[in-house]
Ligand binder design. Structure first.
Ligand code: ZN
Ligand code: ZN
Length: 402
């Protein structure tokens, strides 16, 4: 183990109680997407306390800070944390339980934020020992379209200085604490919301010949759209089409005038994402028309798919193996959920990895976005040190050409 790595481990250990305190403060005081005002103030105050000069108010509540090592122009690595909570009533009975009714850090963004504060402190203490620049990105609204990441990028977070790579982490309640997960290439899905209104002519169910039945039209549409997945999609290309809402608000003997349908379209290829949407819209409209009615097909675009740059991810994974031991580094499966870190991954080489937070013995097993989600807080000492080590290793990456 290198001397620098030993130093990082010691610093992470020294400050672990402080980082747990940060996490508990944030957990008790959650704020919804795009409303992270107190959180942003807290983050900025802590960054100032360790001697940095954060830029506040980026994309509303975002905070960005720079740590310059020796030869700061050499290479820039960006580290990202998200800060928002979810509209969920916390059901945990813990001393740091949410004090805001109906708002909860149920996706672990309190963990990401407090962890990056710890990493900032370590890297700032070690800035004479590395070359290059670290860019710390605390972003709003991962959970809500259009996503804080997209707005931060619009406001120039990936310029001046421009990161050669972005690294982010997410808690993993299905991965035991002490382990870290990686996946090269496609990792998480693009997410688009679909809103269909199928219109016909309602009336007495006993006289279908006088009506244009939107229930039957909508049923055909639902079945037909799945054939786009089975017949038009390259089988090697993952995609999901799911409809969770189908409202035909008639009764046994009344056919309604219209049916509304809502669904989600997820894939891991931006071209296929657009092509699939075009095909779906055309098919739904034409089926409705052929049956004498109409279909309004509305698309609300969400996040792109998350692509872990293969070479960067391999390097980061090797550094993690060096820090954690090979037995603690695992492979991740594809995950068809969305994540707005994907916006960074579409612009610069990016790596998004998972931090194990599960502890079965202590009953810490609930999934993210549930009222009983919690973490094993010993993950914080690991994550602060690990991200510091990964960032310094990546700054020192020899094959880099500016
Ligand atoms: Zn989430
Ligand atoms: Zn999340």
């Amino acid at each position: 183990m290198s001397q620098l790595q030993e130093k990082i481990k010691a610093l992470a250990k020294d400050q672990s109680a402080d980082i747990i305190a940060h996490r508990r403060h944030l957990h008790s005081n959650p704020e919804l997407s795009f409303e992270e005002y107190k959180t942003a103030k807290y983050v900025a105050a802590e960054l100032k306390a360790i001697g940095l000069q954060p830029e506040e108010g980026v994309a509303g509540t975002g905070v960005v800070a720079i740590i310059e090592g020796r030869n700061p122009e050499k290479r820039v690595v960006g580290l990202r944390a998200d800060m928002d909570a979810l509209p969920i009533f916390e059901a945990n009975d813990v001393p740091y339980k949410s004090t805001v009714p109906g708002v909860m850090h149920a996706c672990g963004h309190d963990v990401h934020t407090s962890s990056l504060l710890g990493t900032a402190r370590i890297l700032n203490q070690l800035k004479e020992e590395f070359e290059g620049t670290i860019k710390l990105v605390f972003q709003p609204a991962e959970e809500k379209a259009p996503g804080g990441a997209s707005l931060m990028i619009k406001e120039g977070v990936l310029e001046n200085p421009k990161p050669a790579s972005m690294v982010g982490q997410h808690v993993a309640p299905n991965v035991p604490v002490g382990k870290i997960g990686f996946r090269e290439g496609m990792y998480m899905a693009s997410t688009d919301e679909l809103y269909l209104t199928v219109r016909g002519k309602g009336g007495h169910a006993a006289a279908p010949h006088q009506l244009v039945d939107p229930v039957l039209m909508a049923s055909h549409i639902i079945v037909a759209l799945q054939q786009i997945i089975s017949r038009n999609r390259n089988p090697a290309n993952p995609a999901v089409l799911s409809f969770g809402r189908f409202i035909a608000d008639g009764v046994t003997n009344v056919i309604p005038n219209e049916v509304t349908i809502q669904g989600t379209w997820r894939c891991m290829d931006e071209e296929w994402r657009a092509d699939g949407l075009k095909r779906m819209k055309k098919m739904a409209e034409n089926i409705a028309e052929a049956m004498g009615g109409s279909c309004e097909f509305e698309i609300v675009h969400g996040y792109p798919f998350l692509k872990n740059h293969p070479e960067l991810t391999r390097r980061v994974r090797n550094s993690a193996t060096d820090y954690m031991g090979a037995e603690n580094v695992i492979d991740l499966d594809l995950w068809m959920a969305g994540e707005d870190f994907a916006f960074y991954s579409q612009v610069v080489d990016s790596c998004f990895y998972r931090l194990g937070t599960r502890n079965e013995e202590r009953g810490i097993i609930s999934g993210v976005h549930t009222p009983t989600f919690d973490i094993d807080e010993s993950a914080l000492e690991i994550s602060t040190g690990l991200m510091s080590w990964l960032a310094i290793s990546e700054l020192g990456h020899a094959g880099y050409n500016a």
